[in-house]
Structures are given as C-alpha cells and as structure tokens.
Write a protein that binds this ligand. Sequence first.
Ligand SMILES: NC(=O)c1ccc[n+]([C@@H]2O[C@H](COP(=O)([O-])OP(=O)(O)OC[C@H]3O[C@@H](n4cnc5c(N)ncnc54)[C@H](OP(=O)(O)O)[C@@H]3O)[C@@H](O)[C@H]2O)c1
Length: 332
Amino acid sequence: MRVLVTGASGFVGGYLIEELLRRGHMPVAMVRKGSDAARLKEVGVECRTGDLTDPESLVAVVKGADAVIHLAAYYSFTGKRELYEMINVEGTRHLMDAMLANGVKRLLYCSSTEVMGPTPDPPADESAPCHPIYEYGHSKLRAEEMVRDYAKKGIEPTIVRPSGIYGPRNLEDVSFWFITTFANSIVSRFIIGSGKKKLQFVHVEDVAQAFALALERPEVSNGQTYIVTDERAYNYKEIYDILARIFRKDPPRRHLPVALAKLIAAPVQAINAIRGKQNFIWRVQTMDTFKVDRWYSIEKVRRELGYSPRYKLEEGLRQTVRWYEQNGYIPS
Ligand SMILES: NC(=O)c1ccc[n+]([C@@H]2O[C@H](COP(=O)([O-])OP(=O)(O)OC[C@H]3O[C@@H](n4cnc5c(N)ncnc54)[C@H](OP(=O)(O)O)[C@@H]3O)[C@@H](O)[C@H]2O)c1
C-alpha cells in the first residue's frame, strides 16, 4: 500500500517507515523544511515537504496515497497552548481536508493514552472516560473527536492510542528523562510516593507493529480506537528494580513522600528553566503522577488486530540503555 506518513522524521516515524518497508508497503514520508531527513533518505524513502500549519502544502503531499498515517504533532507536556491547537487540532483538520480534496479516505490517527489521563479504575480500556491532565492530552482528545466527526465527510478513520513510548533514539522525552534521571542522579536512591502505582510503557517497535496491523485491516477504518501498550503494567518499585539491575545499582528502598518531592522539585525546575533545560521528571506537577495509575488493557488490539508486544520491559530497557550509553547520553 502507498502510505503517507506524517511526522516521519520523528522518533516513532523512523521506526514506522522501517516497519512498513519490511512488510512490503510503499511509505512516503512527509517532512518539514528543515526536518532532519537523513535517515529517511538513507533507507530510500520518498520525502515530500509539507507543514500542518500550511494547508496548501498538504494538498500535493497527500496526492496518490492509499492511506495516511498521521503521527506529526506538537509533542510536549510543557509547551505553548496556542501551538497545541494550531498543530495538533487545526493541523489535523487541514490534513483531512487535503485528503478529501485528493479522494484519500483512510486515516490512521496517532493519539495517546494521555487523552484518558490517570486510570482510577484500572486496567482502563477504550471505553474508559477521558480526563486528560495536560494541554497536550486535551489537544489530542479534541483532534480525536474531530477525526471521528470527519467520518461524516468521508474520512475512514482508525485511532491508535499508544502509551508512553520508549526505545533507542528516543531523546528529550518522558522515558528518556525517566531512565537518564535514574542513571545520573540521587533520585535512584529513593522511591517517590508508595511505589505501588502502576504505569505502562511500550516499545517503539511494538507501536510500529500496531500501526502496520491496523493499516492491513481496512475493516477497522470505521472509527475504531485501539490502546497500544506493553503486555502489562509495572508498579514504580518494579521499574526502579529493573533499572537498578540494568545499572548494577542497589534498588531504592527509602520512600520520599510526594509532598517533599515537590518541595525538592520546585527549585530544580526553576534552575532548569533559567538554564533553558527541560527535564519532565524534575517538575512539581510531575510528582503527582507517582500518586496515580496509568494502566491499560490491550485486550481489544490483541483480539481485533492480532497485536502481540514483542518486547518485555526489562529487555527493551536494556536495549535502550545500551543505545544511550553508546551514544553518550549515559556514562558507560
Ligand atoms: N513519544 C511518546 O511517548 C508518545 C506516546 C503516545 C503518543 N505519541 C504520539 O506519537 C506521535 C509521534 O510522536 P514522536 O514521539 O515521534 O514525536 P517527535 O519525535 O517529537 O516527532 C514529531 C514529528 O512531528 C513533526 N511535526 C511537528 N510539527 C509539525 C508541523 N507543523 N508540520 C509537520 N510536521 C510536524 C516533527 O517534524 P520535525 O522533525 O521537523 O520536527 C516530527 O517529525 C505524536 O502524534 C505523539 O503525540 C507519542
């Protein structure tokens, strides 16, 4: 299938392009002026230039596609409000209008479990109510709703909601900060909160697998939504134990109450802001995530798409840490 992939120059996009090529599809990469497309060119994929904020540019980009996988997004938990609306919501609208202008109907929209927010009654499935915490999640939710609404105009959508994604080449992102903060700071000596709350990462190759499976099943392009994540959730203590084994450190045993962690995070966050540095873990608001579950069911995606995560968390984290070490993000 000839598939246009937006966000192809991003973390997930690179893996998805490779997965589509492996499965015999013909991906076409949408990149921006100034995107780093070196890797895409290396694998010999056609690159077309388009920007979600420039509706006209999208019309030519979409031409001739059998389907569009829309990954491109303003992906940040600490970004500017107007950009979420402009890129994640309006950009998705412009893309769908360009598809309709070209007679392209199939859309796989990359959402996020962040649209659901914390899961008070885990494991949450696709029918769970959506209560996003961050403006990022709100914008992805508004885009989801709009994508479903465009079915009336002829778009045939499938919505994929990955949880937090990790893997080699993931930089300046939640899992990157989680791993590197554990490796590099005294945080590795403490469990923030009870350590009993669960979260669920997913390996980037498993996300690529899920998109390819959805693409190959046209019958799910009737507005179906799929949560895509790991085999199971892990509580924070288990994740710290895994990281401790990987880094050959003693696992943390002492608990730091969330309120105290917030007091410590406040000046660190302020210093990071002054230095223009980002670290999602060292933020006051982030400390609340240690008090809630983010734990999901993959029953539907297994049953309907035949999805089966290939990576166990420990194996995937080992591979990722090795990549960070080899590329100088963590001292080896
Ligand atoms: N990473 C996660 O943990 C995670 C979890 C759940 C869902 N998701 C979703 O997965 C998708 C891919 O995320 P990612 O981790 O691969 O993010 P990423 O590495 O930041 O990639 C974002 C991509 O979007 C492109 N982009 C941004 N603004 C654009 C615009 N105005 N027009 C066209 N392209 C634009 C970027 O292009 P440039 O290369 O030019 O910047 C880049 O290719 C996103 O929809 C995100 O919401 C991510």
